[in-house]
Ligand binder design. Structure first.
Ligand code: HAM
Length: 430
């Protein structure tokens, strides 16, 4: 008989062997975010459906095809969050952070949900770490955001990142650009896939984001060059763009123009950016973000600019795994081996040691040989062997499991001896 229950399609169980990599990635992220003085925010994983429809855009794939939308028992129209900028914006307004006249630097980490076709690097439940600066239109905020974005990747060991950049202007300049794009695509409109034909009418910029090979073929066949959004920017957006590029150059961030970068969500204004890793195949975006100066206002709040990004942690972990990266062992771990006569002494020792060290011990009163084998397999650095005769002399044996050497130490000097041998290591960010 087959198994009755399996994890739902597109979701994964992350088992203890894989978790070390996740925890390492998350710990490095928290360190970097802390050094940037960002503060964590946690919002619900479901919100009113309308919140996402209003911000991500009715014509976006996320809203049209990928939403986990449901009615609760009170007949509320809810959705699992496909992303978290809308939720953070909602919380910001709901708790009156807007009235404080300050700039808020926030970060979050948690699961998001999109009903896409599962494939390598694309899941229906996936994790993001993200950051947002709410409350300033200054180009310096965009620059800091992109610095933080790149520094997170560096902390995870990514080198030579190049950030793809574009400006998507304002809603008005985007409309003008959309008209140009529609005119450019008109000669091949009947060769586009059905999705792009619909988007050509509703939101022509979305066509640039297509994954359909028919669309790429059709666009390639056009002799006129693709119109560029940067050529349609209003004066203020153009000045903002120049200031952001200058700031990136000043802080040593490598970046390149990508005229086709439009982002998949509708709330963006001006700066848009992404980072890709080709080793991931079709789902190559590791993270992306940009400015969203109209989002808070669209939720009924005062006009409040914002800028932020999110990074897909499943994809970051996948790349690290492909590179064979395993996090450095930082645990100060020991395994306590006991015999019948020393078992009760072991019980109190284990509890005492667990105030300071990572301690493993046998649960089943097994023979000493079985316990030594378990100690080797556990990955502990040291075994503490409580022998019967040594116990009578107030001594224990300390065995270095990697080196295979051992020595006898006085019970009252044990903690000291462990501290000397198990120095806390700093996790190296290689
Ligand atoms: P996004 O580009 O939709 O932006 O998602 C950011 C990242 O989440 C992607 O680059 C990718 O790494 C990861 N991701 C998205 N969908 C999936 C999936 N199905 N499976 C695995 N990973 C996925 C946002 O979500 C915006 N909230 C970013 C932002 C913040 N903009 C301003 N502030």
């Amino acid at each position: 008989m087959g198994l009755k229950f399996q994890a739902p399609r597109g979701t994964r169980d992350l088992l203890p062997d894989e978790i070390a990599r996740w925890q390492w990635v998350e710990a490095r992220a928290r360190e970097v975010l802390g050094r940037y003085r960002y503060r964590e925010i946690r919002t619900p994983i479901f919100e009113e459906f309308e919140l996402f429809a209003r911000t991500s855009g009715e014509s976006s794939d996320v809203v049209q095809k990928e939403m986990y939308r449901f009615k609760d028992l009170g007949d509320r129209d809810l959705a699992l969050r496909p992303e978290n900028t809308a939720g953070v914006g909602r919380a910001y307004l709901e708790h009156g952070l807007a009235g404080q006249g300050r700039v808020h630097r926030l970060w979050y980490l948690g699961p998001m949900f999109r009903y896409g076709r599962p494939q390598k690097g694309r899941y229906r439940q996936f994790w993001q770490v993200g950051a947002e600066i709410i409350g300033t239109p200054a180009p310096g905020a965009d620059v800091e955001m992109i610095n933080l974005f790149v520094d997170l990747f560096e902390a995870w060991g990514f080198r030579d990142l190049v950030v793809a950049m574009n400006s998507v202007g304002t809603p008005a300049s985007r409309r003008a650009y959309g008209d140009q794009l529609r005119a450019w695509l008109q000669p091949v409109s009947d060769r586009l896939g059905p999705d792009s034909q619909r988007r050509l009418e509703e939101n022509p910029l979305r066509v640039l984001d297509t994954k359909d090979p028919r669309d790429h073929e059709a666009m390639k066949s056009l002799s006129a060059p693709m119109p560029r959004m940067l050529d349609s920017l209003d004066a203020e957006s153009a000045a903002h763009w120049q200031a952001v590029l200058a700031g990136l150059d000043a802080s040593g961030i490598r970046h390149e123009l990508d005229h086709g970068l439009v982002r998949g969500l509708d709330y963006y204004t001006r700066t848009a950016f992404e980072v890709h890793d080709r080793s991931l195949g079709a789902q190559s975006a590791l993270g992306g973000g940009g400015r969203y100066d109209g989002l808070i206002e669209s939720l009924g709040g005062p006009s409040t600019p914002g800028v932020g990004f999110s990074i897909g942690l499943d994809r970051v972990v996948l790349v690290l795994e492909q590179r064979g990266f395993t996090p450095p062992e930082t645990e100060r771990s020991v395994y306590v081996v006991a015999m019948d006569a020393t078992r009760s002494a072991a019980a109190s020792l284990v509890r005492e040691l667990r105030r300071e060290f990572a301690v493993d011990a046998d649960l089943e009163a097994r023979a000493i040989g079985a316990q030594m084998k378990a100690a080797d397999k556990s990955g502990a650095r040291l075994a503490i062997i409580l022998g019967e005769d040594e116990g009578k002399r107030g001594e224990v044996t300390l065995r270095d499991l990697a080196a295979g050497t051992q020595e006898v130490v006085k019970r009252e000097r044990l903690i000291e001896a462990l501290r000397a041998r198990l120095k806390p290591e700093n996790a190296e960010t290689t």
